[in-house]
Design a protein around this ligand. Structure first.
Ligand code: AMP
Ligand code: GLY
Length: 428
């Protein structure tokens, strides 16, 4: 089988790494990829939002299976576009169509979806520029903190947790009237703040059957002890100690099953990953958000624990045959530490030479923002590498991942030194 992965981050390197281990995989391509994927696959110089370019690459390389990594092409309808190409009728695709990707592409859609299908989530209301005054009045009676969410994709920056009424009202005005997030903020969801512990659950579905992949916890803030601005993710751990069997059973019954039933009732044939961001509020799960894809860096801890042939799992997803597969998950703990460029998540420099990768032992270095040039690996993004260790204990996995983060060098290297430490304290 010839397989193409769309994307260029750590998530896509992890997909490629897992696919490359499959005997079903005869040729592996990543578009556009990075220096890490170049070592195990053929990188294609095609941007993932260039739908025509992707279709051409699929034809040129006789691709049998396409896996779409990031949300943007999914929300923009790449699956619908490819399905409209008569000569690509046999192409297998993992990733939802435009309708399914609305779960992530519109917070207003996902809130009404949850309400319609009885899925537990924070109480909320949606406002537009026409109802701005009503929104400001609604905020006056709202408890604090209050959460404001731009409706559309805003590169992870569209959520504001306002601690004061002044902040909340200014934010609502900036989003709706000041168009702070452009069209993504033309609707704003005002939501009740949930107090609890966060974790993410990943579902792979073929439209009817599903598998729940290992859960993960992500470290979103740039600074230790969860301080400073939000990032794409500075590290991740799987499994998550506070997600015990009872809690995960609740997630399956109260969230996963009604979500999949809801999609079917709404006539959405969803084939792909659903990333469910959850808050554990006094042992009850509430959905914070859906994403129409895997998480990054969560994939870099989830996939190392999945023992199945990943190509087989992807084919079963596209063919509607996930019921024929028994998911096998390693009981080991995976920890990833993300090393980032100086200045990230704001302005940062690229093109720094990365050294000492060859000194890494007993970890997998998933590349995120890297590029290969004249035999050297250079930084090419904010998040540069995700260093994943798998071990028999959380402590050992943390230690190995952190040791790797100390070993790799580039000018301005930054990373969090507290990945997983809260979970070690929790388990004690
Ligand atoms: P999102 O962009 O939807 O992932 O939201 C970013 C972060 O905001 C989440 O990971 C949560 O930590 C936080 N968040 C979102 N909604 C809520 C909520 N209703 N209550 C508390 N925290 C929230
Ligand atoms: N790590 C969070 C995300 O992938 O959205």
């Amino acid at each position: 089988m010839k397989i193409l992965v769309l994307g260029s981050g750590g998530r896509e390197h992890a997909f490629a790494w897992k696919l490359a281990q499959s005997p079903l995989c005869d040729a592996l391509f990543v578009a556009p990829g990075n220096a890490g994927t170049a070592q195990i696959a053929t990188n294609l110089a095609v941007a993932y939002n260039d739908f025509e370019g992707v279709a051409t690459a699929i034809r040129q390389h006789s691709i049998d299976l396409l896996i779409v990594g990031p949300e943007e092409p999914l929300v923009k309808g790449i699956v619908n576009f490819l399905r409209q190409q008569p000569d690509l009728a046999k192409l297998r695709i993992v990733g939802p169509d435009e309708a399914g990707a609305q779960l992530e592409g519109s917070k207003d859609f996902s809130k009404s979806f949850m309400l319609r299908h009885g899925i537990p989530t924070a109480a909320s209301r949606t406002f537009t520029v026409e109802t701005l005054d009503e929104g400001l009045r609604y905020l006056e009676d709202h408890s604090l903190p209050v959460v404001l969410k731009a409706d559309g994709l805003a590169a992870g920056k569209g959520v504001v947790i306002a601690e004061t009424m002044g902040d909340a009202q200014t934010t609502l005005r900036d989003m709706l009237d000041g168009r702070k997030f452009g069209d993504a903020g033309s609707k704003v969801v005002v939501e009740q703040f949930l107090r609890g512990i966060e974790l993410s659950v990943f579902v792979l579905t073929d439209g009817v059957n599903y598998k729940i992949l290992p859960e993960a916890k992500d470290y979103k803030r740039i600074g230790e002890a969860d301080t400073g601005p939000n990032t794409g993710g500075m590290g991740a751990v799987s499994p998550v100690v506070f997600a015990n069997e009872t809690f995960l059973r609740k997630v399956e019954e109260k969230v996963v099953k009604p979500t999949l039933a809801g999609l079917q009732q709404d006539g959405i044939h969803y084939q792909g990953f659903i990333f469910i961001g959850l808050m554990n509020v006094k042992s009850e799960p509430y959905v914070i958000e859906y994403n129409a894809r895997m998480g990054d860096p969560e994939t870099e801890v989830v996939l190392p624990r999945v023992q199945n042939d990943f190509a087989e799992l992807m084919v079963a997803t596209a063919d509607g045959e996930l019921d024929k597969i028994a998911l096998q998950v390693s009981p080991q703990t995976a920890v990833t530490t993300v090393i980032v460029s100086n200045g990230y998540p704001d302005v940062y420099e690229k093109g720094k030479i990365i050294t000492d990768l060859e000194r890494l032992e007993d970890v997998t270095a998933f590349h995120a923002g890297t590029t290969a040039q004249d035999g050297r690996v250079l930084t090419n993004g904010g998040r540069v590498l995700a260093l994943t260790a798998l071990a028999n204990s959380l402590e050992n996995a943390v230690r190995k991942s952190q040791e790797a983060a100390r070993t790799v060098q580039f000018d301005g290297k930054q990373y969090r030194k507290d990945i997983g430490l809260d979970l070690i304290r929790y388990q004690d």
